[in-house]
Design a protein around this ligand. Structure first.
Ligand SMILES: [Zn+2]
Length: 253
């Protein structure tokens, strides 16, 4: 079904499984990194200097000569209008793919991003991109090297969001039990909450229409407006608590 493939990403037997946010659960079954070492991984994004608070658009490099560039720019501008990020990362590349099996992917290795991938063929470019950006933000706010747990599951600033998200009705998700479990994980619910909040709070009519269209067909990756509103407030509060909403940086006297 089309709706079930909206955010589907390669799940098994994929060479870069450790890098894909959605197979986080499966990573634990990899006994050690020996299989990783044999594979030729793409490079992770490097870091420079101490972590510092910067505008979100400084953390991503969008593709320039794509017909999707404008939509991605609008989506990134909407997210950057909601919050900043504290990090010492160099910009993470956003790459367009032509895959039909997944709307997007956030690839990473351990604590470091590799890239954000967005399918040109999903029909939901802005939403798919924001979903993956939500994963990147979750991963970069907190990553525990031992447990491999991300901010959405454990960080104190996300506690209000976790409580609000727990009150949401479960969205229908036809599929196998493993994928269903992932669909309801903190990581995945966060990415969906994040994307919906950015679309909802955006000044961009075009982006808000995308959310309306998804809600009008009861797409499982979004929640009905009334039910979602308390969660949107909590997503915004996460960034308040993290001190990432002061968009005008003070000028030192
Ligand atoms: Zn996801």
């Amino acid at each position: 079904m089309r709706t079930t493939t909206l955010f589907r990403r390669a799940e098994s037997g994929y060479a870069q499984r450790e890098c894909i946010a959605r197979v986080q659960d499966s990573v634990r079954f990899v006994a050690n990194d020996s299989c990783v070492a044999r594979r030729r991984y793409p490079d992770c994004v490097s870091r420079w200097g101490p972590p510092r608070i910067r505008s979100l658009d400084e953390f991503l490099t969008l593709p320039r000569r794509s017909r999707l560039s404008e939509e991605l720019e609008r989506a990134l501008a909407a997210a950057a209008g909601m919050h900043m990020l504290k990090s010492n990362l160099h910009p993470v590349p956003v790459r367009i793919t032509s895959t039909t099996s997944e709307a997007g992917a956030y690839r990473y290795r351990k604590a470091d991003p590799i890239d954000v991938r967005v399918s040109s063929r999903s029909g939901h470019v802005a939403t798919g991109f924001l979903h993956e950006l939500g994963h990147l933000v979750d991963h970069q706010v907190h990553y525990d090297r031992q447990s491999r747990v991300w901010a959405s599951a454990v960080h104190a600033a996300f506690a209000g969001w976790r409580a609000a998200a727990a009150r949401l009705d479960l969205r229908p998700f036809p599929g196998g039990s493993h994928r269903k479990r992932y669909f309801q994980s903190a990581q995945e619910v966060w990415a969906r909450s994040y994307a919906q909040t950015v679309l909802l709070r955006s000044d961009d009519q075009y982006l808000r229409m995308q959310l309306d269209a998804l809600q009008s067909v009861d797409e499982p990756h979004v929640w009905p407006a009334d039910e979602f509103e308390p969660v949107a407030v909590e997503v915004e509060l996460v960034f308040e608590r993290l001190g990432l909403t002061q968009l005008e940086l003070p000028i030192a006297a």
